[in-house]
Design a protein around this ligand. Structure first.
Ligand code: ADP
Ligand code: MG
Length: 345
């Protein structure tokens, strides 16, 4: 069942020429974590504000749990939508202890607010800290209080706007995993916004990618990475090499050498060969391999990124083992384990 359904959503701010979001249709399923990724200004926060009721769209409809929230001029007020929000800066009340922070969002009609708040704090692993104040907690703990406050009222959907961006890198990996587990354990449906592709790929069940207000692709992390629908999506999730080639009866001629491949028969003349840096395998001999000249190596601890050039200077990037030694200007033989072929017009 779909918890959230957006159809044909447009939004243009009065002060702006361009649409902040345009023609967005998407669905979030019960219990799913959907990540919304995109560069700064791509419309992510606008979409969350439209869902929560802080903004009204120029066109389109929004449904939550099968109920229409927005259609034409109809709009259910924000405080009646039962949407939970977690912001980048946590927005905790500094003068309330964490139990009171979490109690704050629970409506009276929900029975014993104290018990619900305690139970939710237990869920996020902070049951020892009821009486502490926000400033006495670490960034990661404050983030969990904010999460507890948002989920305590049992919202239909949880919206998180850049929830990890205030955390340092080491803490971030840990908090990301904790938050994912808490959300999954509580069975809540979540839509979280991030500009960080690692957050999206590692945390979400599916990922929607926005560019200039337009939805580019919505898919599982694996499919987005392996089958991007356009070059923008391909390059958003890490580098993708593109080499021009000529198809012949038995393979593809490239400026790095010949690749024997039966798929060439399905193509005429000019094609693009597309592959990620990790698809390149370095070889000892030139036998059935391609050849490139080492231009640059960048060391990243767990791998190195090596730039190889053809004779005209056109480059491909290779993800290589960090222990291998490359000498600038030397020649390297390689094969491509798997690649996509597209017509080049
Ligand atoms: P993101 O969250 O992806 O960074 P936003 O949704 O904040 O993107 O912004 C999308 C576009 O809408 C941007 O071009 C931004 O400048 C514009 N925008 C956002 N909020 C407002 C506003 N209140 N008034 C005018 N323009 C806005
Ligand atoms: Mg934003």
């Amino acid at each position: 069942m779909n918890i959230l359904r957006l159809q044909g959503i447009d939004k243009k701010y009065a002060s702006s020429e361009d649409y902040a979001v345009k023609d967005i249709s998407l669905e979030v399923k019960q219990g799913e974590i959907l990540a919304l990724v995109g560069e700064s200004g791509s419309g992510k926060t606008t979409l969350l504000r439209l869902i929560s009721g802080l903004e009204h769209p120029d066109a389109g409809s929004i449904m939550l749990s099968g109920q229409t929230m927005v259609q034409g001029n109809k709009s259910v007020p924000a405080n009646e939508r039962n949407v939970g929000m977690v912001f980048q800066d946590y927005a905790l009340f500094p003068h309330l202890n964490i139990l009171d922070n979490v109690k704050f969002g629970i409506r009276d009609s929900q029975g014993n607010a104290q018990d619900i708040a305690k139970e939710t704090l237990k869920l996020v692993g902070l049951n020892e800290k009821y009486t502490k104040y926000p400033h006495q907690l670490s960034g990661g703990q404050q983030q969990r209080v904010a999460l507890a406050r948002a989920i305590a009222p049992n919202p239909t959907i949880l919206l998180l706007d850049e929830p990890f961006s205030n955390l340092d890198v080491v803490l971030k990996d840990q908090v990301r995993e904790e938050i994912r587990q808490i959300i999954k354990k509580s069975g809540i449906t979540a839509l979280f916004v991030t500009h960080d592709t690692r957050d999206a790929l590692s945390t979400a069940d599916r990922v929607a990618i926005l560019h200039k207000g337009y939805l580019q692709q919505l898919d599982s992390p694996k499919r987005l990475y392996e089958n991007p629908v356009n070059p923008y999506v391909a390059n958003f999730f890490g580098r993708r090499n593109q080499v021009l080639a000529t198809a012949t009866d038995d393979g593809f001629y490239t400026s790095f050498g010949f690749i024997a491949d039966e798929r060439s028969r399905n193509f005429q003349n000019k094609v693009k060969i597309l592959f990620r840096p990790e698809e390149i395998k370095i070889k000892k001999s030139l036998r059935q391999a391609l050849i490139g000249t080492v231009r640059q190596c960048a060391y990243f601890g767990d791998h190195q990124m090596v730039r190889l050039a053809d004779e005209s200077g056109k480059c491909v990037y290779v993800r290589a083992s960090p222990t291998r030694h490359f000498i600038k200007g030397s020649r390297v033989f390689f094969t491509i384990r798997s690649f996509k072929v597209e017509d080049a017009f």
